[in-house]
Design a binder for this molecule. Structure first.
Ligand SMILES: [Zn+2]
Length: 454
């Protein structure tokens, strides 16, 4: 039976299972949901065991690990995905509750629909089809589905450190990225790195009366504002000394490809809802979100923010500041330069602490000449009727470098999301066309890879 006929026949059952998966509020950032993470991992264990995997749950929250021994001589693939999701807040911005999936003709709406449960589910469905049709999977598999991707992958890093050679694979397959658009199937060939920091500014020993003592001490909120303003110029350039030293400029071929895409200002205006675009002068919006590094304030707080007024000079102020890095920037060097610069531009009268939160992710690139990449190109051509384009994506999957080191093979980033899926935002969704297309493409890829010489 063709995969299309099988999907048509199994559709209700598949949707029912996806809905079950999406109902678990597996929010890794919130300790209150720890039990939900365990329940989700258990559910995955049952799914994988039914497909013939030997499953273990490693650590807390568990990394779901499944092992499948394919035909002798077939390549081994490490599949990586995550079952944890971002917090759904603000709840009032959702048109239906985030953990009660809503089905429309076009899409399924729920937190995690595209990032990453829906995409993980496409693999479960492809494996189910292959098992039912052929009695076995065409490759050997290490399946690694973690519950902390959104919060730093701490357990997976530990598990990886203890693995030695156990997870050696011929290729790594990840579906946690997106197409350029519904009409432009895409293979991701690079991801930006991530460096995440927190700046804390302290002034007086406690909040002070801003009348009786206003005028003799530095205000930490203002001091923090000065630091933040010093980080980036009005031309969008980051002012940390040496920040751009190792940034590799895009090559002519890449620039020509991007110019052929309809990634104009109006596209990003619509996507963001911002009144106007901003960013680094001299680069197109698409370049600014993929091959250029950025720096952003992700949160800041200080003083009194409740209703009405409170006349104080706050004792402290703090901000979370993150940077997306590109080849060949070195996160360690950038971190040192950043911390030194923040201290240097801080005004007198306050103390400043700069801290790095979770291990930094180096920028990531993947080769396009491996047979596994070629198989992915063919798979998307078969499922979408046109050849995919290679693109670098602006986001980061921090644990990827460690995973690819453990596996040893090339990493294939064959993701099926869309930029309009509202991942990490209210009303996250995954379009049916993307889900069923993914099942078709993945079925093709696993079969094709199964026929490669080891
Ligand atoms: Zn994700």
């Amino acid at each position: 039976m063709s995969v299309e006929s099988w999907i048509a026949e199994q559709k209700n059952r598949l949707i029912e299972d996806l809905v079950t998966f999406l109902r678990f509020p597996s929010i890794s950032a919130q300790p209150a949901h720890r039990a939900d993470l365990h329940r989700t991992a258990q559910w995955l264990r049952v799914q994988l065991e039914a497909l013939g995997f030997t499953v273990s749950l490693l650590g807390d929250p568990p990394v779901v690990y499944g092992r499948y021994d394919g035909p002798t001589g077939a390549p081994t693939v490490l599949f990586y995905g995550h079952y944890d999701v971002q917090p759904p807040d603000p709840l009032e911005a959702w048109t239906s509750p985030p953990f009660e999936p809503r089905l429309t003709d076009e899409a399924i709406y729920a937190r995690g629909a595209t990032d990453d449960k829906g995409q993980v589910f496409a693999h479960l469905a492809a494996w189910r089809y292959l098992q039912q049709q052929e009695g076995r999977l065409p490759v050997s598999l290490h399946v690694v589905i973690e519950g902390q991707e959104e919060t730093g992958s701490e357990v997976l890093y530990e598990v990886l450190a203890g693995q030695g050679q156990a997870w050696r694979s011929d290729a790594v397959l990840v579906s946690d990225t997106a197409f350029f658009s519904e009409e432009v199937p895409t293979l991701t060939v690079g991801l930006r790195g991530l460096l995440y920091t927190e700046i804390r500014v302290r002034g007086p020993a406690r909040d002070l009366h801003s009348g009786t003592l206003g005028g003799v001490v530095e205000n930490p909120a203002l001091a923090l504002a000065r630091i933040l303003v010093a980080l980036k110029g009005p031309d969008g350039r980051i002012r940390v000394p040496g920040f751009y030293d190792r940034v590799r400029p895009p090559d002519a071929q890449e620039r020509a490809l991007w110019r052929s895409l309809p990634a104009c200002e109006s596209y990003y205006l619509e996507l963001t809802g911002a009144p106007e675009l901003a960013g680094e002068v001299g680069f197109s919006p698409l370049e600014r979100v993929s091959v250029r590094p950025t720096l952003d304030v992700n949160g800041l707080w200080s003083g009194y923010t409740g209703p009405g007024s409170k006349t104080i000079i706050p004792a402290e102020a703090a901000a979370k500041v993150s940077m997306r890095l590109v080849p060949n920037q070195d996160p360690e060097r950038i971190w040192e330069a950043f911390a030194a610069y923040v201290r240097e531009v801080a005004p007198p009268g306050v103390t400043v602490e700069v801290e790095r939160l979770h291990p930094p992710a180096p920028p990531f690139e993947t080769p396009t000449d491996s047979p596994f990449y070629k198989a992915a190109e063919e798979a998307l051509r078969v499922a979408w009727g046109k050849a995919p384009i290679p693109l670098r994506e602006g986001g980061s999957i921090p644990v990827l470098s460690a995973l690819s080191k453990a596996a040893g093979g090339p990493v294939i980033l064959m993701g099926f999301g869309l930029p309009t899926d509202a991942l990490h935002s209210p009303n996250e969704h995954f379009r049916w066309r993307q889900l069923w297309g993914a099942v078709k493409a993945l079925t093709y890829w696993y079969k094709r890879v199964g026929s490669l010489p080891k």
